[in-house]
Write a protein that binds this ligand. Structure first.
Ligand SMILES: Cc1cc2nc3c(=O)[nH]c(=O)nc-3n(C[C@H](O)[C@H](O)[C@H](O)COP(=O)(O)OP(=O)(O)OC[C@H]3O[C@@H](n4cnc5c(N)ncnc54)[C@H](O)[C@@H]3O)c2cc1C
Length: 387
């Protein structure tokens, strides 16, 4: 069990997966003097991403997320840009300007390239003395270590384009089930590069239709202009883990299902859970106790929020957006994400109904060739079972 591994400082710790979760954990362990090997099945980091922009959310906590990273010993030397405002459209096409008293989120790039979050964390890990082995597809882990292999099933998908543009920098969001069923469409532009996508929590089979509708909408409402625009896509796994332990190994990041169930902002969860696992291994603490105390309340609130979001429908979401118009959006979103008595009370029902909602009725699974019906990549789940 995990406890035996804790007291043997000479033992090499194995981490499966070189995403933000695995690398954050590896950096913290190596800086504390432990020998760490990260095993990554791809030829480099960030191969599940395409140079697309993502946002590290900065509203769920009082502490700015970049300060949180620095305090935890993770350097923020990746390309990033804080966005303190953005435009959100409701399903009537009405624009609401969201303004925060500080950055609402930090725009980062994901992928293998220099300057991405993934590449920066890799460099930090190597500098800290971590050995990273690429093209190493792990099937099982006997050594003491941590599982960080990313999503195992597709509960949410995002698909769209990365592109060059002359548009000014900006962030746009659209809450409209015709563009992104039960999710959101987004457009992020920074220094001549852009990402546009439909992030869907349902209706995966109609992906191409939703992406086309998203592009048309943002051309009309945000002046979207794209050049050299290859398509991209990806999936995410939202789950409330039972123990987040497998074979005694802490399971972190999306492999444990740690995600923002409302909107899919999983990066902060990935890094936090990686740091928690490192703390557990270094300090002889029970990882289950740590993640349940530090992450579970927010995960449950996210599941409850997702339930409310589904119930509200497009019409109810107009009202929510309208309430964000003239207030500090960071504070308003923090209130929304904060665990409350109401979210606790809603959680059991929301959890059951969420599972039911994930059964995609648009697919009969008969002779289906749709990638989402395989629910992700079987290889990714080969070293893991139910956590
Ligand atoms: C299109 C898209 C947009 C997103 N946008 C946002 C956003 O704006 N903000 C946000 O916060 N989050 C966003 N997310 C979610 C975020 O990217 C993830 O939550 C985060 O990357 C999870 O980190 P992780 O380390 O747990 O997993 P990953 O980043 O998936 O890393 C897991 C690693 O494990 C490796 N691996 C898998 N199986 C094995 C194996 N058997 N052996 C060895 N290695 C293995 C994989 O190759 C991968 O490198 C988005 C996700 C997608 C797909």
């Amino acid at each position: 069990m995990m406890g035996d591994a804790l007291h043997r400082r000479d033992e090499v710790l194995t981490i499966v997966g070189a995403g933000p979760a695995g690398l954050s954990c590896a950096i913290a362990l190596a800086r504390a003097g432990r020998a760490v090997v990260v095993r990554e099945r791809q030829p480099g980091v960030g191969h599940r991403f395409h140079g697309d922009f993502q946002g590290i959310e900065n509203w769920s906590d009082e502490v700015d997320v970049l300060d949180e990273m620095e305090q935890a010993g993770l350097r923020t030397d990746f390309d990033h840009q804080g966005f303190a405002s953005g435009t959100a459209f409701d399903s009537r096409g009405r624009a609401h300007v969201l303004r925060g008293s500080r950055a609402l989120f930090y725009l980062v790039r994901r992928g293998p390239q220099s300057g991405t979050l993934d590449h920066a964390l890799l460099c930090q890990a190597v500098q800290a003395g971590v050995e990273v082995r690429f093209r190493d597809n792990v099937r099982s882990v006997d050594d003491p270590g941590v599982l960080a292999a990313g999503p195992r099933v597709a509960d949410v998908i995002a698909a769209g384009y990365v592109f060059d543009t002359d548009m000014p920098d900006g962030a746009w969001l659209a809450l409209d089930d015709r563009l992104a069923p039960q999710g959101h469409a987004y457009l992020l532009v920074h220094r001549g590069r852009g990402t546009v996508a439909s992030c869907m929590f349902s209706g995966f089979k109609e992906q191409a239709h939703h992406v086309a509708a998203t592009v048309d909408f943002l051309i009309a409402h945000a002046g979207l202009v794209m050049r050299d625009a290859p398509p991209f896509g990806g999936y995410g796994n939202v789950r409330v883990a039972r123990a987040a332990l497998q074979g005694g190994h802490p399971v972190i990041g999306e492999q444990a299902g740690f995600q923002d169930a409302l909107a899919g902002f999983g990066i902060r969860y990935a890094m936090r859970s990686g740091l928690l696992a490192a703390r557990a291994l270094l300090g002889g603490q029970d990882y289950r106790v740590l993640w349940r105390r530090e992450l579970l309340p927010a995960i449950r609130a996210g599941v409850a929020n997702r339930f409310v979001y589904a119930v509200l429908g497009d019409t109810g979401r107009w009202a929510v957006l309208a309430r964000l118009d003239d207030v500090d959006a960071v504070a308003a979103l923090r209130r929304l994400y904060r665990p409350t008595l109401i979210s606790s009370a809603l959680f059991p029902l929301a959890r059951v109904l969420r599972r039911r909602a994930l059964r995609d009725r648009s697919c009969d699974h008969q002779g289906c060739r749709c990638v989402w019906c395989t629910h992700g990549d079987a290889a990714a789940s080969s070293c893991v079972g139910d956590t």
